[in-house]
Ligand binder design. Structure first.
Ligand SMILES: [Zn+2]
Ligand SMILES: [Zn+2]
Length: 112
């Protein structure tokens, strides 16, 4: 266990962004100290599976990667729409299914 030479706050071990080795940092003053990779005792956390829900609102989203479903567009009547789910804020609430028409890009929710 090491302490910050500047403010004597206990240093926190953090993993480097590249995943190789880690560093010690002071949360109070921002002091950083690199740790040899061999001395790094932090466990490598497995990356989460790519099952995260796509969040609506990000314009950069590559809709081409979204699955398409058979859903009638209420605007133009097209029968194919991109589909994704958005988790609503409450932890107990179910996610809402969203659709985007492949033809006119009209975005709509699942009607319940
Ligand atoms: Zn400090
Ligand atoms: Zn449409």
């Amino acid at each position: 266990m090491e302490f910050c030479p500047k403010c004597e706050t206990r240093l926190v071990t953090k993993r480097k962004k590249d995943g190789k080795g880690c560093y010690l940092t002071c949360l109070k003053c921002g002091y950083k100290k690199t740790v040899e990779p061999e001395a790094c005792t932090l466990k490598v956390t497995a990356p989460k599976p790519q099952d995260q829900l796509v969040v609506i609102g990000k314009k950069e989203q590559k809709l081409k990667t979204l699955p398409t479903v058979s859903m009638e567009c209420p605007k133009c009547g097209n029968n194919t729409a991109y589909s994704w789910q958005v988790q609503t804020r409450g932890a107990d609430e179910s996610s809402t299914q969203f659709f985007r028409c492949t033809k006119c890009n009209y975005t709509f929710r699942e009607y319940s």
